[in-house]
Design a protein around this ligand. Structure first.
Ligand code: ZN
Length: 447
């Protein structure tokens, strides 16, 4: 899951050092000793080592629950141990879908095939793309399904967009909603489409939003090439996050199956209609063929024809076979017990799982986090002890719906009553601009 906001743990120390020159620091009567620790800490994190962590963590596709994902957990655990943290790999058993067969076809009103896909993603010169462990582009939490329906273009699939569709006299019942990525979480697009009676949802990336309109495409530039697809979860995370079968309960290895919701009773946070992402290369022939009224002008994307809403017999056939299974995932938890208030936890974390290699999301953040842990390890060797307990979490299956962190929080709900702060470090590095976000009470700290 891509997050634009990212608060690096190391940032905390950078910002403290930056204000260390001032004679008084908020929260400290005397900052002298803390300033020494900060200065020592800042000499440790090493960009070269961060680069090595990143290379190791992204050497293989490591979708949550895969053997490669377990290897990354073991690597992170070894680094935590090396630094002197109390370390454990914490498994949970959670429901995840893995695509078995993904087939999308579209036909015009005469039954002529417009496209058949998804087209395999390809970028010239990329040596990693043909790895058999790269899963086809799919949406986490989409059910299996075999549906055919008339295609209606619904812009970003916001509530306002679907209301507009209704206002324009189009009934979504039994239709396939073709929506573009952007403006809201993809699970919300599917949630509203489902409420409107749609039979399925195709979510494509329009070049207006993250393609050549924004800048040169990869590999020349940083923007999405023609046949690249955004993977992601369509879980209804506003209902609840985590393992769909255990809302409010930790999916520990010991949890009996009888304590899990049965798979056919999961309407609450799981879509009941199939959803799948598409590239704009695959969406283009469908969009181009759509008849019916012109779409409202702000709905026009960057493909070279006027976007219509549909309703003139262009149909899509979605055939998705998802392998749903209770799979084992692995969080890595590292702790440094506090001396004065051990029950008060200061927690920092990032997820580790990725849809594919995860170089930016999440492992640029994990690389930074591991160097932060490296710094804490040096301080520990020199006798530093935190007053509160420091907890570092490397979460699994975040991409499917914050699954690893949710299960851990459910397991530790009592201790977390007196947690003090949480810092997340997803997407540590992407592009030249710094970004961070926080609750208002941490404003001074982030600055
Ligand atoms: Zn992420």
């Amino acid at each position: 899951m891509h997050r634009t906001q990212a608060v690096a743990v190391s940032l905390a120390f950078v910002s403290l050092a930056a204000v260390a020159q001032s004679p008084s620091v908020f929260g400290y009567r005397d900052f002298t000793q803390q300033q020494k620790w900060d200065t020592t800490f800042l000499t440790v994190p090493d960009p070269k080592l961060a680069g090595q962590h990143l290379k190791t963590l992204t050497a293989e596709p490591h979708w949550a629950s895969s053997p490669e994902d377990l290897k990354t957990a073991q690597y992170v655990a070894a680094k935590f141990k090396e630094a002197g943290l109390q370390t454990e790999i914490v498994p949970y058993r959670v429901l995840l879908n893995k695509p078995k067969k993904i087939s999308i076809e579209a036909f015009d009103s005469k039954g002529k095939k417009l496209m058949s896909g998804p087209t395999k993603e390809h970028v010239d010169g990329d040596p990693f793309q043909d790895d058999p462990r790269v899963l086809p582009a799919f949406n986490g939490s989409s059910p299996s399904g075999d549906v055919t329906g008339e295609v209606i273009y619904c812009n970003y699939g916001t509530l306002a967009d679907f209301r507009k569709i209704k206002e324009l006299g189009i009934d979504m019942h039994g239709k396939i909603a073709l929506v573009r990525y952007g403006q809201n979480f993809r699970g919300v697009k599917v949630y509203i489409a489902q409420q409107m009676g749609a039979a399925g949802v195709l979510i494509y990336s329009d070049p207006a939003d993250d393609g050549w309109v924004k800048g040169d495409k990869s590999p020349q530039g940083a923007f999405r090439p023609d046949n690249a697809v955004q993977r992601g979860s369509v879980q209804f995370i506003a209902k609840y996050t985590g393992d769909p079968e255990t809302p409010g309960v930790a999916s520990t290895e010991k949890l009996p199956d009888s304590a899990r919701l049965p798979e056919n009773k999961l309407q609450d946070d799981q879509p009941t209609i199939p959803a799948n992402p598409l590239s704009y290369q695959d969406a283009q022939p469908i969009l181009r063929a759509l008849g019916g009224p012109e779409s409202p002008r702000p709905w026009q994307g960057a493909l070279p024809f006027t976007y219509h809403l549909g309703g003139k017999g262009v149909t899509a056939h979605m055939h998705l076979e998802q392998d749903y299974a209770v799979r084992t995932i692995w969080n890595v938890i590292g702790k440094i017990p506090g001396t004065d208030a051990p029950d008060e936890w200061v927690i920092a974390g990032n997820h580790r799982d990725a849809w594919v290699y995860g170089a930016v999301d999440p492992n640029s953040g994990t690389a930074a986090m591991l160097e932060t842990v490296h710094g804490l390890g040096e301080l520990l060797k020199q006798g530093w002890r935190p007053k509160r307990t420091v907890v570092i979490g490397s979460w699994d299956a975040e991409e499917e719906g914050l699954v690893g962190s949710t299960e851990w929080a459910e397991e530790h709900a009592a201790e977390l009553q007196h947690a003090v702060a949480y810092f997340n470090t997803d997407v540590g590095v992407s592009g030249p601009d710094f970004g961070a976000s926080s609750v208002p009470s941490l404003q001074q700290f982030v600055r």
